[in-house]
Design a protein around this ligand. Structure first.
Ligand code: FAD
Length: 294
Protein backbone atom coordinates (compact mmCIF):
# COMPACT_ATOMS: atom_id res chain seq x y z
CA UNK A 1 0.00 0.00 0.00
CA UNK A 2 3.03 2.30 0.43
CA UNK A 3 4.66 1.07 -2.76
CA UNK A 4 5.03 4.61 -4.06
CA UNK A 5 7.03 5.76 -1.00
CA UNK A 6 10.32 7.43 -1.82
CA UNK A 7 11.69 7.66 1.71
CA UNK A 8 10.99 6.62 5.32
CA UNK A 9 12.73 8.61 8.06
CA UNK A 10 13.14 7.52 11.70
CA UNK A 11 14.34 10.63 13.59
CA UNK A 12 15.09 10.64 17.31
CA UNK A 13 14.34 14.31 18.11
CA UNK A 14 11.31 16.51 17.52
CA UNK A 15 13.47 19.16 15.83
CA UNK A 16 14.86 16.61 13.36
CA UNK A 17 11.39 15.21 12.66
CA UNK A 18 10.11 18.68 11.79
CA UNK A 19 13.19 19.53 9.71
CA UNK A 20 12.98 16.27 7.72
CA UNK A 21 9.25 16.70 7.16
CA UNK A 22 9.76 20.23 5.83
CA UNK A 23 12.77 19.22 3.69
CA UNK A 24 10.82 16.39 2.04
CA UNK A 25 7.90 18.71 1.49
CA UNK A 26 10.22 21.09 -0.39
CA UNK A 27 11.47 18.23 -2.60
CA UNK A 28 7.86 17.52 -3.51
CA UNK A 29 5.00 15.09 -3.07
CA UNK A 30 2.74 14.38 -0.15
CA UNK A 31 3.97 13.02 3.15
CA UNK A 32 2.80 12.20 6.65
CA UNK A 33 4.02 11.64 10.15
CA UNK A 34 3.37 8.08 11.27
CA UNK A 35 3.15 6.90 14.88
CA UNK A 36 1.48 3.50 15.41
CA UNK A 37 0.17 3.43 11.83
CA UNK A 38 -3.18 1.95 12.89
CA UNK A 39 -5.12 4.70 11.12
CA UNK A 40 -2.61 5.63 8.43
CA UNK A 41 -1.99 2.10 7.13
CA UNK A 42 -5.73 1.38 6.92
CA UNK A 43 -6.23 4.59 4.93
CA UNK A 44 -3.77 3.21 2.31
CA UNK A 45 -3.08 6.54 0.67
CA UNK A 46 -1.01 5.62 -2.40
CA UNK A 47 -0.27 9.28 -3.15
CA UNK A 48 2.13 9.43 -0.16
CA UNK A 49 5.78 9.81 -1.12
CA UNK A 50 7.45 10.10 2.32
CA UNK A 51 6.80 9.15 5.92
CA UNK A 52 8.43 10.51 9.07
CA UNK A 53 8.14 7.91 11.83
CA UNK A 54 7.59 9.27 15.35
CA UNK A 55 8.16 6.10 17.33
CA UNK A 56 11.76 6.94 18.34
CA UNK A 57 10.96 10.42 19.63
CA UNK A 58 11.14 10.88 23.42
CA UNK A 59 7.38 11.48 23.63
CA UNK A 60 6.19 8.32 25.37
CA UNK A 61 5.37 9.34 28.95
CA UNK A 62 2.60 10.16 31.42
CA UNK A 63 3.94 12.79 33.85
CA UNK A 64 2.40 14.69 36.72
CA UNK A 65 2.22 18.41 35.84
CA UNK A 66 0.81 20.75 38.49
CA UNK A 67 -2.36 19.07 39.70
CA UNK A 68 -2.91 17.47 36.29
CA UNK A 69 -1.06 15.36 33.76
CA UNK A 70 1.11 15.71 30.67
CA UNK A 71 0.77 12.82 28.22
CA UNK A 72 3.42 12.46 25.52
CA UNK A 73 1.99 12.10 22.02
CA UNK A 74 3.50 8.68 21.29
CA UNK A 75 2.18 7.11 24.49
CA UNK A 76 0.13 4.16 23.32
CA UNK A 77 -3.51 3.55 24.15
CA UNK A 78 -2.28 0.61 26.26
CA UNK A 79 0.04 2.98 28.18
CA UNK A 80 -2.95 5.16 29.09
CA UNK A 81 -5.18 2.21 29.85
CA UNK A 82 -2.59 0.68 32.19
CA UNK A 83 -1.34 3.87 33.86
CA UNK A 84 -2.17 3.53 37.60
CA UNK A 85 -2.19 7.34 37.84
CA UNK A 86 -4.74 7.75 35.05
CA UNK A 87 -6.82 4.88 36.41
CA UNK A 88 -7.26 6.97 39.58
CA UNK A 89 -7.62 10.40 37.94
CA UNK A 90 -11.18 11.66 37.29
CA UNK A 91 -12.76 8.28 38.03
CA UNK A 92 -10.39 6.78 35.47
CA UNK A 93 -12.29 8.00 32.39
CA UNK A 94 -9.19 8.56 30.26
CA UNK A 95 -7.75 5.12 31.03
CA UNK A 96 -11.18 3.58 30.48
CA UNK A 97 -11.67 5.27 27.10
CA UNK A 98 -8.19 4.21 25.95
CA UNK A 99 -9.02 0.66 27.04
CA UNK A 100 -12.03 0.50 24.71
CA UNK A 101 -10.14 1.46 21.53
CA UNK A 102 -9.87 -1.60 19.35
CA UNK A 103 -8.13 -4.84 20.26
CA UNK A 104 -5.09 -5.27 22.52
CA UNK A 105 -2.87 -5.35 19.41
CA UNK A 106 -4.34 -2.05 18.15
CA UNK A 107 -3.94 -0.45 21.59
CA UNK A 108 -0.31 -1.60 21.79
CA UNK A 109 0.47 0.21 18.53
CA UNK A 110 -2.04 3.11 18.35
CA UNK A 111 -0.97 6.30 20.11
CA UNK A 112 -2.80 9.05 21.95
CA UNK A 113 -1.36 11.66 19.57
CA UNK A 114 -2.43 9.66 16.53
CA UNK A 115 -5.93 9.24 17.92
CA UNK A 116 -6.36 13.04 18.12
CA UNK A 117 -4.32 14.00 15.03
CA UNK A 118 -6.32 11.62 12.84
CA UNK A 119 -9.42 13.58 13.92
CA UNK A 120 -12.00 10.89 13.38
CA UNK A 121 -15.33 12.18 14.76
CA UNK A 122 -15.54 8.87 16.69
CA UNK A 123 -12.07 8.88 18.31
CA UNK A 124 -12.43 7.60 21.85
CA UNK A 125 -10.00 9.92 23.64
CA UNK A 126 -11.77 13.11 22.56
CA UNK A 127 -14.90 13.06 24.80
CA UNK A 128 -13.00 12.41 28.07
CA UNK A 129 -10.30 14.92 27.15
CA UNK A 130 -12.93 17.53 26.26
CA UNK A 131 -14.67 17.19 29.63
CA UNK A 132 -11.25 17.40 31.32
CA UNK A 133 -10.60 20.74 29.53
CA UNK A 134 -7.44 19.33 27.93
CA UNK A 135 -5.16 21.13 25.48
CA UNK A 136 -2.61 19.92 22.97
CA UNK A 137 0.91 21.26 22.43
CA UNK A 138 1.90 21.59 18.77
CA UNK A 139 5.49 21.98 17.57
CA UNK A 140 5.95 23.50 14.14
CA UNK A 141 7.43 26.51 12.51
CA UNK A 142 8.21 29.04 15.24
CA UNK A 143 7.31 28.64 18.90
CA UNK A 144 5.28 25.77 20.29
CA UNK A 145 1.52 26.45 20.43
CA UNK A 146 -0.92 25.26 23.08
CA UNK A 147 -4.40 24.79 21.63
CA UNK A 148 -7.50 23.89 23.68
CA UNK A 149 -8.78 20.56 22.36
CA UNK A 150 -12.15 22.09 21.54
CA UNK A 151 -10.43 24.40 19.03
CA UNK A 152 -8.07 21.68 17.75
CA UNK A 153 -10.78 19.76 15.87
CA UNK A 154 -11.91 21.54 12.69
CA UNK A 155 -13.95 18.78 11.01
CA UNK A 156 -13.60 15.22 9.72
CA UNK A 157 -9.82 14.56 9.58
CA UNK A 158 -9.21 18.32 9.88
CA UNK A 159 -7.28 19.88 12.74
CA UNK A 160 -5.37 22.96 13.83
CA UNK A 161 -2.06 21.09 13.31
CA UNK A 162 -1.24 23.02 10.11
CA UNK A 163 1.66 20.69 9.27
CA UNK A 164 2.89 20.71 12.87
CA UNK A 165 3.64 17.85 15.21
CA UNK A 166 1.39 17.12 18.18
CA UNK A 167 3.92 16.61 20.97
CA UNK A 168 1.89 16.56 24.17
CA UNK A 169 -1.60 16.42 25.63
CA UNK A 170 -2.02 18.59 28.73
CA UNK A 171 -4.74 17.69 31.21
CA UNK A 172 -5.14 20.42 33.85
CA UNK A 173 -5.93 19.94 37.52
CA UNK A 174 -9.54 18.98 38.17
CA UNK A 175 -11.91 21.76 39.23
CA UNK A 176 -12.07 22.35 42.97
CA UNK A 177 -14.84 20.27 44.52
CA UNK A 178 -15.71 21.30 48.10
CA UNK A 179 -16.16 18.09 50.09
CA UNK A 180 -14.97 16.08 47.09
CA UNK A 181 -18.40 16.02 45.44
CA UNK A 182 -17.20 15.54 41.86
CA UNK A 183 -17.73 12.65 39.50
CA UNK A 184 -16.86 11.62 35.94
CA UNK A 185 -18.07 9.06 33.43
CA UNK A 186 -17.20 7.71 29.97
CA UNK A 187 -19.74 5.82 27.85
CA UNK A 188 -19.36 4.13 24.48
CA UNK A 189 -21.77 2.38 22.17
CA UNK A 190 -20.35 0.20 19.42
CA UNK A 191 -21.31 -3.10 17.85
CA UNK A 192 -18.83 -4.47 20.38
CA UNK A 193 -17.29 -2.15 22.96
CA UNK A 194 -13.92 -2.44 21.19
CA UNK A 195 -15.41 -1.35 17.82
CA UNK A 196 -15.31 2.20 16.49
CA UNK A 197 -18.01 4.09 18.40
CA UNK A 198 -21.49 4.54 16.98
CA UNK A 199 -21.70 7.22 19.68
CA UNK A 200 -19.37 7.94 22.61
CA UNK A 201 -19.87 10.41 25.45
CA UNK A 202 -18.26 11.70 28.62
CA UNK A 203 -19.46 13.85 31.50
CA UNK A 204 -18.02 15.52 34.58
CA UNK A 205 -19.85 17.32 37.35
CA UNK A 206 -19.04 19.18 40.55
CA UNK A 207 -21.71 19.73 43.20
CA UNK A 208 -21.80 22.48 45.82
CA UNK A 209 -22.44 21.79 49.50
CA UNK A 210 -26.21 22.03 48.92
CA UNK A 211 -26.20 19.36 46.18
CA UNK A 212 -26.58 21.86 43.34
CA UNK A 213 -24.52 21.44 40.23
CA UNK A 214 -21.74 24.06 40.37
CA UNK A 215 -19.84 22.95 37.23
CA UNK A 216 -20.63 20.57 34.39
CA UNK A 217 -19.01 19.22 31.26
CA UNK A 218 -20.68 17.01 28.64
CA UNK A 219 -19.00 15.86 25.41
CA UNK A 220 -20.12 13.64 22.53
CA UNK A 221 -18.35 11.88 19.68
CA UNK A 222 -19.45 10.40 16.33
CA UNK A 223 -22.48 12.68 16.14
CA UNK A 224 -20.98 15.68 14.29
CA UNK A 225 -18.02 16.34 11.94
CA UNK A 226 -15.87 16.76 15.07
CA UNK A 227 -16.19 15.70 18.71
CA UNK A 228 -18.25 18.36 20.50
CA UNK A 229 -18.96 19.93 23.88
CA UNK A 230 -22.70 20.01 24.54
CA UNK A 231 -22.64 23.46 26.10
CA UNK A 232 -26.40 24.01 26.17
CA UNK A 233 -26.88 20.71 27.98
CA UNK A 234 -24.22 21.76 30.50
CA UNK A 235 -26.10 25.03 31.07
CA UNK A 236 -29.28 23.05 31.83
CA UNK A 237 -27.49 21.51 34.82
CA UNK A 238 -25.49 24.37 36.33
CA UNK A 239 -27.17 26.12 39.28
CA UNK A 240 -29.83 23.44 39.73
CA UNK A 241 -30.30 20.37 41.92
CA UNK A 242 -28.49 17.42 40.31
CA UNK A 243 -31.25 14.83 40.17
CA UNK A 244 -32.92 12.46 37.70
CA UNK A 245 -35.18 15.18 36.28
CA UNK A 246 -32.20 17.45 35.59
CA UNK A 247 -30.34 14.53 33.98
CA UNK A 248 -33.25 13.78 31.63
CA UNK A 249 -33.53 17.46 30.67
CA UNK A 250 -29.79 17.75 29.99
CA UNK A 251 -29.67 14.49 28.02
CA UNK A 252 -32.56 15.64 25.82
CA UNK A 253 -30.82 18.96 25.21
CA UNK A 254 -27.53 17.22 24.34
CA UNK A 255 -29.32 15.07 21.74
CA UNK A 256 -30.63 18.27 20.13
CA UNK A 257 -27.08 19.68 19.99
CA UNK A 258 -25.83 16.63 18.06
CA UNK A 259 -25.59 16.92 14.27
CA UNK A 260 -25.36 13.24 13.29
CA UNK A 261 -25.19 11.74 9.81
CA UNK A 262 -26.22 8.30 8.57
CA UNK A 263 -23.43 5.91 7.52
CA UNK A 264 -22.65 2.18 7.47
CA UNK A 265 -22.64 2.03 11.28
CA UNK A 266 -25.92 3.77 12.13
CA UNK A 267 -28.63 6.13 10.95
CA UNK A 268 -28.67 9.77 12.02
CA UNK A 269 -31.93 9.17 13.94
CA UNK A 270 -30.42 6.27 15.90
CA UNK A 271 -27.29 8.30 16.69
CA UNK A 272 -29.40 11.22 17.97
CA UNK A 273 -31.42 8.93 20.22
CA UNK A 274 -28.26 7.18 21.45
CA UNK A 275 -26.73 10.60 22.22
CA UNK A 276 -29.62 11.13 24.65
CA UNK A 277 -29.23 7.64 26.12
CA UNK A 278 -25.44 7.84 26.55
CA UNK A 279 -25.49 11.31 28.11
CA UNK A 280 -28.23 10.14 30.50
CA UNK A 281 -26.11 7.08 31.37
CA UNK A 282 -22.99 9.20 31.89
CA UNK A 283 -24.78 11.68 34.15
CA UNK A 284 -26.55 8.89 36.04
CA UNK A 285 -23.19 7.24 36.68
CA UNK A 286 -21.93 10.62 37.95
CA UNK A 287 -25.00 10.84 40.23
CA UNK A 288 -24.32 7.34 41.60
CA UNK A 289 -20.62 8.08 42.08
CA UNK A 290 -21.17 11.42 43.77
CA UNK A 291 -23.87 9.83 45.92
CA UNK A 292 -21.24 7.51 47.37
CA UNK A 293 -19.17 10.52 48.51
CA UNK A 294 -22.05 12.47 50.10
C1 FAD B 1 -9.18 -2.51 13.76
C2 FAD B 1 -9.12 -1.10 14.32
C3 FAD B 1 -9.93 -0.76 15.39
C4 FAD B 1 -9.89 0.54 15.91
N1 FAD B 1 -10.72 0.84 16.95
C5 FAD B 1 -10.70 2.09 17.46
C6 FAD B 1 -11.56 2.43 18.53
O1 FAD B 1 -12.35 1.61 19.04
N2 FAD B 1 -11.52 3.71 19.00
C7 FAD B 1 -10.67 4.64 18.47
O2 FAD B 1 -10.68 5.78 18.94
N3 FAD B 1 -9.86 4.35 17.43
C8 FAD B 1 -9.85 3.10 16.92
N4 FAD B 1 -9.03 2.80 15.88
C9 FAD B 1 -8.23 3.87 15.26
C10 FAD B 1 -6.75 3.97 15.72
O3 FAD B 1 -6.29 2.76 16.27
C11 FAD B 1 -6.56 5.08 16.76
O4 FAD B 1 -7.08 6.29 16.28
C12 FAD B 1 -5.08 5.25 17.12
O5 FAD B 1 -4.99 5.92 18.36
C13 FAD B 1 -4.29 6.02 16.06
O6 FAD B 1 -2.97 6.20 16.52
P1 FAD B 1 -1.72 5.81 15.60
O7 FAD B 1 -0.51 6.10 16.40
O8 FAD B 1 -1.83 4.42 15.09
O9 FAD B 1 -1.90 6.86 14.42
P2 FAD B 1 -1.26 6.79 12.95
O10 FAD B 1 -2.02 5.83 12.11
O11 FAD B 1 0.22 6.61 13.02
O12 FAD B 1 -1.56 8.28 12.46
C14 FAD B 1 -2.88 8.72 12.27
C15 FAD B 1 -2.85 10.14 11.64
O13 FAD B 1 -2.36 11.06 12.60
C16 FAD B 1 -1.13 11.67 12.16
N5 FAD B 1 -0.28 11.70 13.36
C17 FAD B 1 0.00 10.67 14.19
N6 FAD B 1 0.68 11.11 15.26
C18 FAD B 1 0.84 12.45 15.07
C19 FAD B 1 1.46 13.46 15.85
N7 FAD B 1 2.03 13.20 17.04
N8 FAD B 1 1.46 14.73 15.37
C20 FAD B 1 0.87 15.01 14.18
N9 FAD B 1 0.27 14.09 13.41
C21 FAD B 1 0.25 12.82 13.85
C22 FAD B 1 -0.61 10.79 11.02
O14 FAD B 1 0.13 11.55 10.09
C23 FAD B 1 -1.91 10.26 10.44
O15 FAD B 1 -2.46 11.21 9.56
C24 FAD B 1 -9.03 1.51 15.34
C25 FAD B 1 -8.19 1.15 14.26
C26 FAD B 1 -8.23 -0.13 13.75
C27 FAD B 1 -7.34 -0.49 12.59
Amino acid sequence: MFDQLRVFHRPTTVATALRLFEAEHQIGGRGRFVAGGTDLVVQSDRTLRYLVDLSRLPLRYVKKRGGGWAVGATSTMSDLERSPALQRFADGILAEAAGTAGSRQIRNMGTAGGNLANASPACDLAPPLLVLDASVVIAGKGARRTVPLERFFRGVHRTALDGGLLVEIVVPALPKAPGGHAAWSFQKLGRLQSDIAVVNAAAGIVLDAGGRCAWARIALGAVAPAPLRARRAEAVLVGHAFDRAAIEAAAGRAAREAKPVSDVRASAEYRREMSRVLVARALTECLDRVGRTR
